[in-house]
Design a protein around this ligand. Sequence first.
Ligand SMILES: [Zn+2]
Length: 233
Amino acid sequence: MSTDKRSKLLHVCEPNAERSSFSNTTIAVHVTGPEAAVFYAHEKLLTSSSLVLVRSCRELGSASSNRRIFFENLDPRSFNLYLNWLYTSAITLSSADSTGEQRYEDHWPLLINLYVLSIRLEDLDFADAVTDAMVSYFAHTKRSDWGLQLPISNWKHFLYDNTPPKAKVRRLLVQMYAHVRDPVLLDERDPAEFLAETSQAMMKGAAEDPLMSAATCCFHEHGNSRSCYRDRL
Ligand SMILES: [Zn+2]
């Protein structure tokens, strides 16, 4: 049996792993906006990672009735993916249509929406997981038949408008472009800080492949005082 298969087999039964309890209360999360939706999730999972959701659920108190919380102007597709991540620890980007056929899809708008959602929910682990998903998507499209995909100018602005200047995800964006090192991919409408940093990085030569750099957590926000979410998978 190969080492890979053996480690997967050992993963099936981890004697010391914590199990989830599905007997506790569910909370209804109402998201409003152009596409309003209601999601139901177990309180224990809902409050396992996001500081905002911890506070929202605490404010509900212990009364069993009316366990509802509300979020204004939240993208339901992004929130549904967030719940999927809470339940499965995976960020699922599907490229299959309703017939199951694989097709090309630009996932950058969704990935950037997910990152901004992580900030709104104050969920550091989710932010780091989304950053990893960005690296993975970049690496995947780089070697795909569709060709390399990078976010268009509008989405770069959305990311820069909703992240602090020191956000590691901005470093990732710069390094992706500096790694490819093709000035044609830059757009004069891109955010000024992004253009300045990327042009400077490009002048130094081709940057390291972000996939290699990501292994060292250099695009993660957890720092030294907190463990990496990958170590808890
Ligand atoms: Zn990390």
